[in-house]
Structures are given as structure tokens and as C-alpha cells.
Design a binder for this molecule. Structure first.
Ligand SMILES: Cc1cc2nc3c(=O)[nH]c(=O)nc-3n(C[C@H](O)[C@H](O)[C@H](O)COP(=O)(O)OP(=O)(O)OC[C@H]3O[C@@H](n4cnc5c(N)ncnc54)[C@H](O)[C@@H]3O)c2cc1C
Length: 370
């Protein structure tokens, strides 16, 4: 039996939700123990595979008013949070809030029109004029590289994107600094076996105790009906093409988006398959993504595929995110395909609830090894 003081909140899972929540709590002076099965630099979780578009409008075809509102609130929070992270760590995270573009090839014009109608129909009335139809000149004015390639498009000026790899790295440093200042620890390569209201048991026989326990384990969490939805993406290095904004291609068979990053890189996504298989990308998916990409701009044909990644999006039955307590354990989950879009607003609520819960007594905790 060994005993040591550890954090007052224990968080299982250090992907997007766990890392953000740990950083917020540490910034508020709460010691945190973060436990993850992966190494800190491992990027094969959903957070590390995602395209990290911040697209409340475009996603309305698969979401609703609640997710839209969370997305708008989060888009307002991201610049402040990224500025705080930069002030703390000195690290700049690529973030753009310059809108996104939706295009379709001529035979798919009806699909584009339906897509636009559906978004406008689901938008609050006051936001409808933010969805702007474009002709070829309008597309060329926004993205000159696409001049002459598409006759019709949609312009969603309120959308954005960030670089998830940079964000996860900066959060890692901010969390470790916070732990050095406030208390707590990051147990990497440590698999959680089970969670209780005040306990975390790991598969290597360690039992941690904490005032509050939060489950942020994504698809493997213990939440009724939670399932994984397989997504595959490519990262392509192609300095010959220059785009400033995410571009979505409407097509009857597959969904494609091209998300620019710094240094001539693009994240190309994504498949969405009802499968729990997180194994490597299939030949079919690779062909579909690469063919659709080539159809947007032939210069992508000479691009280099630097990464092909797969992960499972954690989805609830109704595709709504969860922040709730069940049998004493808090759950932040169900972020599905909207994690980066909605996480700040959800994490802020989680932070407020946990701070209110911990306010009466900030006790310390015991770690016992069996
Ligand atoms: C292909 C793809 C594209 C996407 N694109 C976008 C996008 O453009 N915009 C957007 O907003 N969202 C996007 N998403 C969704 C977003 O990535 C997820 O919603 C988000 O990452 C979920 O965060 P999470 O923290 O719940 O899960 P994760 O990020 O998966 O983190 C879960 C963590 O829990 C750990 N863990 C699991 N089990 C255990 C255990 N037993 N013990 C200890 N640790 C454990 C894992 O190692 C992992 O670190 C995309 C997702 C995918 C897959």
C-alpha cells in the first residue's frame, strides 16, 4: 500500500474533451489527475485524426438547433482560449475564422440546391442571410485557385477551422505547466479499468481517489448506447495548391472536404461508416477520397499523401453530446463529428458545474496501490 496526494478531479481520457477540461480546471486552481491509455504525443484518437473544422452551418444537414447554438458559442470562445494558451505556453495554434465554401460539379447542382435549402430551413431565421449563394465569379473571388472549375457554390462566412495537432500539443504543455503549479499528474500509457463516484481503478492495479471523477474516454466510455462511427482521412502535402478556407464537395455518393493547414498541407476527409473497426484505411476509401480530391483540382494529383488515419467518432443514439452525472460519475462524451465545433461551450459548462461542486471543500486525495 502506498499513499500520495493527487488531484481533486480525476479525468479518464486525454483526447479533446479530457485535455481541454483538465486545462480549464487547472487554470481555475483545481488539481487534476489525467489518465490516458495512450502516450501524450499519440495522435491516433479521434481528436488527433479529426479535420477540426468549426462548421455550425455546413453541419446543420446532420445536426440541429442545439448543436448550432453550442457551435456558435464555441466559435466565440476559441480565439480567447487560444490566446490564453499562447500567453501561457508561447505556442501559436493555427486558427482561421474566414468562412468555408461548398461546391458541386455541374451534374450535382440539384444536390447543392437541396443542401442549401436544408441548411436555410434548419437555421434560426435571423441567421439565414449568412448562407450566400455564389456564381463562378464569386467562387473565384474567394478562392482564385478554383476559378473556372465550378459554376455554383455556397459561401458560409461564419465558419472556421483550427490545427488539431498544434492544439493538442499546446494543451499538453499548458496542462503539464498547470499541474506543476497547482498539483496533479498526467498518467500516460495507463488504462482505466473502472470508474466510481470517487475512484479510478487502472488495469495495473492502481486505485486513485478524487472528489469528482469525469469520464472522457470517447468511444470506450461506459455510457448507454454509445457507439463508434468510423472515419478515415488523408493528409496531403501539396504546395502547388493554395486555399484559405475549407472546401466541401457535394456529391451523390460520397462526402468530401479539403481543409487547409499551414505549410501547404491539407486534411482530406472523411468517410463515415457504421463500423467499430478502427483498423487502417481501406483501398476503397482511399480511392474515393483521392478521386474526389483530384476532381476538385487536378494539381492535387501531384500532392503527397503523408498520412492516412482512421478513428472512431464517439456517438450517442441521438447524436447529441452528453454532459451529465450517472451513478456518481460525470460524463463528457458523445461529441461525434462535432467535437471541435462544440467542445469549448460544453467544457465551459462542465468547468462551472465542477467548480460549484468543489467550492465548499477543496480536499486532497489518496492514491493506493493494491
Ligand atoms: C475522421 C474524423 C474527422 C473529424 N472531423 C471533425 C471536424 O472537422 N470538426 C469537429 O468538430 N469534429 C470532428 N471530428 C470529431 C472529433 O474528433 C471528436 O468529436 C472528438 O475528438 C471526441 O473527443 P473525445 O475527447 O470525446 O474522444 P477522443 O478524442 O477519442 O479521446 C478519448 C481519449 O480517451 C482515451 N481512452 C480511451 N479508453 C481509455 C481507457 N480505458 N483508459 C484510459 N484512457 C482511455 C483515448 O486514448 C483517448 O485519448 C472528427 C472525427 C473523426 C474521427
Amino acid at each position: 500500500m502506498s499513499a500520495a496526494s493527487v488531484g481533486s478531479v480525476a479525468i479518464a481520457g486525454a483526447g479533446l474533451a479530457g485535455r481541454l477540461l483538465a486545462w480549464r480546471l487547472l487554470s481555475a486552481g483545481v488539481p487534476v489527475t489525467l489518465i490516458d491509455a495512450r502516450a501524450r504525443t499519440d495522435r491516433d484518437h479521434a481528436a488527433g485524426v479529426a479535420a477540426a473544422m468549426l462548421a455550425p452551418y455546413a453541419e446543420l444537414v446532420v445536426s440541429n438547433a442545439h448543436l448550432f447554438a453550442l457551435g456558435e458559442d464555441s466559435l466565440a470562445l476559441w480565439p480567447h482560449w487560444l490566446a490564453e494558451i499562447r500567453a501561457q505556453t508561447g505556442e501559436e495554434v493555427y486558427f482561421r475564422h474566414e468562412g468555408s465554401l461548398v461546391v458541386a460539379h455541374a451534374p450535382d447542382a440539384a444536390g447543392l440546391a437541396h443542401y442549401a435549402d436544408l441548411i436555410r430551413f434548419r437555421l434560426p431565421e435571423a441567421r439565414r442571410e449568412a448562407v450566400q449563394s455564389l456564381d463562378a465569379q464569386g467562387i473565384a473571388a474567394l478562392e482564385p485557385e478554383l476559378a473556372g472549375r465550378f459554376a455554383r457554390g455556397l459561401w458560409l462566412p461564419q465558419e472556421g477551422q483550427l490545427d488539431n495537432d498544434q492544439l493538442l500539443g499546446a494543451l499538453q504543455d499548458a496542462v503539464l505547466q498547470g499541474m506543476a503549479r497547482v498539483g496533479g499528474q498526467w498518467l500516460e500509457r495507463t488504462t482505466v479499468h473502472s470508474l466510481g463516484a470517487h475512484t479510478v481503478r487502472t488495469t495495473n492495479g492502481v486505485e486513485l481517489q478524487a472528489d469528482a471523477v469525469v469520464d472522457c474516454r470517447g468511444v470506450t466510455a461506459d455510457w448507454p448506447g454509445l457507439r463508434g462511427v468510423r472515419g478515415e482521412v488523408l493528409t496531403v502535402s501539396c504546395p502547388a495548391v493554395s486555399l484559405r478556407r475549407p472546401v466541401r464537395l457535394i456529391h451523390p455518393r460520397y462526402m468530401l472536404y479539403i481543409v487547409p493547414r499551414s505549410g501547404g498541407r491539407f486534411v482530406i476527409g472523411a468517410t463515415e461508416l457504421e463500423s467499430q473497426d478502427a483498423g487502417p484505411i481501406t483501398v476503397r476509401s482511399m480511392l474515393e477520397l483521392a478521386s474526389a480530391l483530384y476532381s476538385v483540382h487536378p494539381a492535387f494529383g501531384e500532392g503527397r499523401i503523408t498520412r492516412a488515419a482512421t478513428s472512431l467518432r464517439p456517438a450517442t443514439d441521438d447524436h447529441q453530446p452528453v454532459w451529465a452525472q450517472r451513478e456518481g460519475v460525470w460524463h463528457l462524451n458523445g461529441l461525434y463529428r462535432h467535437g471541435f465545433l462544440v467542445a469549448p461551450a460544453l467544457v465551459q459548462r462542465a468547468e462551472q458545474d465542477l467548480l460549484a461542486l468543489l467550492a465548499p471543500s477543496k480536499s486532497t486525495f489518496l492514491e493506493t496501490a493494491q
